[in-house]
Design a protein around this ligand. Structure first.
Ligand code: DGL
Length: 279
């Protein structure tokens, strides 16, 4: 049976397994400042990167349903792992009976769309969580648009913990940043473009730039996702009309409020108010 969600216009929902999606949210708000947003971080159950398909799907569906209950008609899965492991099933199997008029969009497609214009060697690399790499979602999406591009993935399991523990600028981070970059370029030395396929990695950018050989383009996804959302809303006026405009953002977490506020300031550079909820 279809669930009943609020039918009046509502904020745009942005979901992540934790704090990382705040890097995407801030770019979206820069490009589309007039809309209202709800950010939901499943901090109590993060990280998703090492979890199975079934669990990531179950957790993501719970979060999407909660955001619909909060009045969102459009939800962005800012998390690459959730986009890789849950988006397709939610779009195909769940939305039709949850509410066929609501939409859930991910971050992988908008990120790969620009790749064909950037790479000259037609060899690209993707740095992401183990779950995203194992899902093969990046090569699948790239090959739908650019079958001639060779994609090499490299899992970086230590990068999210470094960021989460506020060690992104510390000396210890250098070892793991260089280590995964060397592994990636060792696997395919012709790579000329590298996608940062994880919400947390923009916070490691200074060190990633330091160890990436000159001439390799680094593609971070925040601006791409924001631009793609703007384009989506222009192409879908019926959805645009269902998104409220007040320039406000509310934050929810499944973890303790104080913990979220403290760490979120690393990602946003500002203090925010947050409410704890259960999924
Ligand atoms: N948000 C996740 C992603 O973009 C990284 C953190 C996690 O593993 O949950 O893949």
């Amino acid at each position: 049976m279809a669930k009943l969600f609020p039918t009046v216009p509502g904020p745009i929902g942005v979901f992540d397994s934790g704090y990382g999606g705040l890097t995407i949210l801030s770019k979206i708000r820069e490009v589309l400042p007039g809309y209202d947003y709800v950010y939901l971080g499943d901090n109590a159950r993060t990280p998703y990167g090492s979890r199975s398909f079934e669990i990531v799907y179950e957790f993501t569906l719970q979060a999407v349903t909660k955001l619909f209950e909060m009045g969102c008609h459009l939800v962005i899965l800012a998390c690459n792992t959730a986009s890789a492991k849950a988006l397709r099933s939610i779009q195909t199997n769940d939305l039709p009976h949850l509410d066929p008029a609501r939409r859930v969009l991910g971050v992988i497609r908008p990120t790969v769309e620009c790749i064909g214009d950037i790479t000259l060697s037609r060899h690209i690399g993707v740095l992401a969580t183990a779950g995203t790499i194992r899902s093969e979602s990046y090569p699948l999406e790239v090959h739908k648009l650019f079958p001639d591009i060779r994609v090499t993935g490299q899992a970086c399991p230590m990068w999210v913990p470094l960021v989460e523990n506020n060690e992104a600028q510390g000396e210890g981070a250098d070892y793991f940043v260089r280590h995964y970059i060397d592994d990636l370029l060792g696997a395919d030395p012709r790579i000329d473009t590298v996608i940062l396929g994880c919400t947390h990695y923009p916070l490691l950018l200074p060190k990633i730039r330091k160890y990436m050989p000159p001439g390799i383009r680094i593609v971070a996804q925040g601006e791409l996702v924001a631009g793609s959302l703007k384009d989506y809303l222009c192409r879908h006026p019926e959805m645009d009309m269902r998104c409220t405009r007040g320039g406000q953002c509310r934050y929810y977490t499944t973890e303790a409020e104080e913990k979220f506020c403290e760490s979120a300031s690393t990602f946003l550079n500002e203090r925010i108010e947050v409410e704890q909820i259960e999924l």
